[in-house]
Design a protein around this ligand. Sequence first.
Ligand SMILES: [Fe+2]
Length: 354
Amino acid sequence: MRENASGGTDAFIRFNRGSFVILSIQRVKFTAFADLHHHPGVFYSSPEKRLDRILERAGEEKVDFMIHLGDFCHTPEKYVDFVHRYDRSGIPAYHMLGNHECDECPVEAVKRIYNIPPCGYYHFDCNNFRMIVLDPNYYCLDGRYIHYELKNYYSYGGRLPYLPPEQIAYLRETVLGSPYPCILFSHQSFERAVHGVKNRGEVLKIVRESQRTPGRVVLCINGHHHVDYLRFVDGVPFLDLNSTTHFWCAESHRLFPEAVYREARLAGNTVIYDEPVHAVITLQSDGLIEIAGMSGSMMFGVTPEMFGAPRVDPDGREITADCSSVRLRLEPFAANRRKVRAAAAVSSSALSPA
Ligand SMILES: [Fe+2]
């Protein structure tokens, strides 16, 4: 095996008479992180240090690109230098909107700073994989879908989040028309029962439909919920990616050193991760999915149980400072399925006695 120019792997299969065939296994490797919550004076998170650790590992791992799953920065308009720290590391860096990005500045300004198209959603292809970035930061009022902006959604808790009809249509077209296996990215979850996207059934229907060609959608990743969880729906892995930084609790505490509360006014409603939790994810067209996460602990040893907060979230998912590492071997993905099967047939015939 050797690495090829597109980042994939060439597997050599030898024929009986000494000739070789080259089977190219496509591979994409990327850094994913969520909910860094750069919010000076509010959260205690040392966001620059966390981001630098993520960038450093991305460089060491030679990833093809990095992507954050939203809530990277509150008020990006005010902290453009922090956004540039991510954008200008030399590794392609992609953004998406979280629910808090537009709390204190207009959504159009955030899209401009993040280099997100005006519609808020987009896709790109990398090493024969298709990345689809969606924006479910909408609430629904009298049949209209309104984007989160300047905290307008705060009083509509029961009517959000939604993926509006035009994005449902876009998703269908982009997945079903894709020549490559697809990975779906969103801030909020498409599989959670309690706080997932309200019309997630429409998304799951497209994912199910896409699986008529197995391996058409190979992974869905979301942030927002600040826990570490992996679940299969219709044979597709859905990764609930933990926050890079903390878990928010409705209950408050005074268990950190006093200086923390002086520096960050909402620190008392959080348990903070001591490591910058994130994942380096590798997918190969032969069906391999590897999530290389990281384990950490709670800063100052403060856990939710210590101040009477639940140790699980509303969907019953445990609150930890981890992103679990997982290695999955699925069926070969759609785009290369025929090629892999053909090669397997060649391989077995090549091994049979002459
Ligand atoms: Fe969020």
